[in-house]
Ligand binder design. Structure first.
Ligand SMILES: Nc1nc2c(ncn2[C@@H]2O[C@H](COP(=O)(O)OP(=O)(O)OP(=O)(O)O)[C@@H](O)[C@H]2O)c(=O)[nH]1
Length: 406
């Protein structure tokens, strides 16, 4: 039987977070949600503005066709509303002004409603009561065309409805039947608009929470991946790359996949002399400390952007120097050998010195060489020669692939 992945997953998905009936989230999330809400509204504002401006312009055209006299009294309030609608679109377009978007939408809705009521009351015409239809239009601006958060929308819609009731039900304004019809129409528009808006905002908030949770999962995964990657490619004791990390970086360098342009690569392979005896004399823990101190020297010296130090084996390290000639790499290797000797780490078990010393083998990549192992093998041959030559010295593979000791 196959298992439902959602049931087996222990990660919250965002959609399983229950929203309270009043929809408000904890304060920091609520602030983020308001920004998210605004940017959603900003995206639809140009189209909503075009719609509103078209409706207002069409009203003027309609009056011009049916009652040209009426237009002299209506075009100015309508132009004012059109200008406010354009200003709202400008505010939505400018991220630095966007915090004013919701107040602008509320202002626009009130302007549409109040100019309609003012025209309806002041114009002396048998059809003038129709100008009160701007009230439902204003309610739709708040909750459907542009949208402000539900609570602000509910308060503004109620205020607009109350204003309309005051204007139309006052004595000697409109016949009661007309006033009640208009009020009922506005009330129905307001109720439906708020109902739709509540559902919309619930969905938007759930979507926001899902995105938020997803973002957190992604960030956690990203950092877990980084930790895993550094554990997989790093050496916990010395902080150098481990062998796997070294092979991958060296491969990238030789195959031109590195972030930096690399023409040639020189590898400096070194090994601590008589390290087994060091462990036998001072113990394994002291051996670890010795490895850390020794590794610190090349790590401090290899400063090129594409250079790196890796722990190749137990007490064997490999320094990769990019775009470095063999001659310069030999200077580096000799300086490194000297500095490690100058650390003065006592080594009573060594047969060649009183202190910890290293033997070094150096080899450069051949033109077009891509084989990491072949390059390391040549450095290893040189290292073998350095050991044979008495240790605490540098040997290298020259251009003719002969091993020489410095
Ligand atoms: N303390 C410590 N010792 C390690 C670690 N890894 C490897 N070793 C020891 O390093 C020693 C390497 O010994 P050998 O390979 O014989 O090399 P050597 O004694 O340095 O001899 P030469 O290289 O010929 O000078 C072994 O005793 C390992 O146990 C480590 O992480 N910590």
């Amino acid at each position: 039987m196959t298992q439902d992945p959602q049931r087996t997953s222990t990660l919250p998905s965002g959609s399983d977070i229950r929203l309270p009936w009043h929809l408000r989230l904890p304060a920091p999330l609520e602030r983020e949600f308001v920004d998210y809400f605004r940017s959603n509204v900003a995206r639809i504002t140009p189209w909503a503005t075009i719609t509103l401006v078209s409706i207002l312009a069409l009203s003027v055209i309609l009056e011009l066709t049916v009652e040209p006299d009426l237009v002299t009294a209506t075009w100015r309030p309508r132009l004012f509303c059109i200008m406010l609608a354009v200003a709202t679109a400008v505010v939505a377009h400018r991220p630095d002004l966007r915090r004013w978007l919701h107040p602008m939408i509320i202002l626009l809705a009130f302007a549409v409603a109040i100019t309609g009521m003012w025209m309806g009351l002041s114009i002396d015409h048998p059809q003038a009561f129709l100008l009160f239809l701007q009230t439902p239009l204003a309610i739709l601006v708040l909750g459907v065309l542009l949208r402000v958060p539900f609570l602000a929308s509910a308060l503004s819609t109620s205020a607009i409805l109350a204003l309309q009731a005051l204007c139309t039900l006052a004595p000697n304004t409109l016949p009661l039947s007309q006033a009640l019809t208009l009020l009922l129409f506005s009330l129905a528009t307001g109720t439906m608009s708020l109902f739709g808006q509540y559902i919309y905002e619930r969905l938007l908030r759930s979507h926001f929470l899902s995105e938020h949770v997803l973002y957190q999962h992604r960030a956690e995964l990203h950092s877990a991946n980084r930790v895993l990657e550094s554990q997989a490619t790093g050496d916990g004791l010395t902080g150098c790359l481990n062998r796997r990390g070294m092979e991958s970086r060296l491969n990238d360098a030789l195959h031109g996949r590195s972030r930096h342009a690399i023409d040639n690569v020189t590898v400096v392979l070194f090994d601590i002399d008589f390290f087994k005896q060091y462990n036998d004399t001072y113990g394994h823990l002291a051996g670890d400390e010795c490895l850390k101190s020794v590794a610190g020297i090349p790590r401090g010296m290899a400063q090129g952007e594409a250079d790196f130090v890796a722990r190749y084996g137990g007490e064997e390290f490999l320094v990769v120097l990019a775009n470095t000639s063999l001659k310069d790499a030999l200077v580096f290797a000799e300086r490194m050998r000297t500095r490690i000797e100058q650390l003065g780490l006592p080594h009573a078990g060594s047969r060649i010195s009183q202190v910890v010393t290293i033997s070094v083998g150096v080899a450069s990549s051949l033109p077009g060489e891509k084989d990491v192992l072949a390059l390391i093998k040549r450095a290893d041959e040189a290292l073998y020669q350095a050991k044979g030559a008495g240790r605490n010295c540098v040997a290298f593979m020259d251009e003719l692939q002969r091993v020489q000791t410095l």
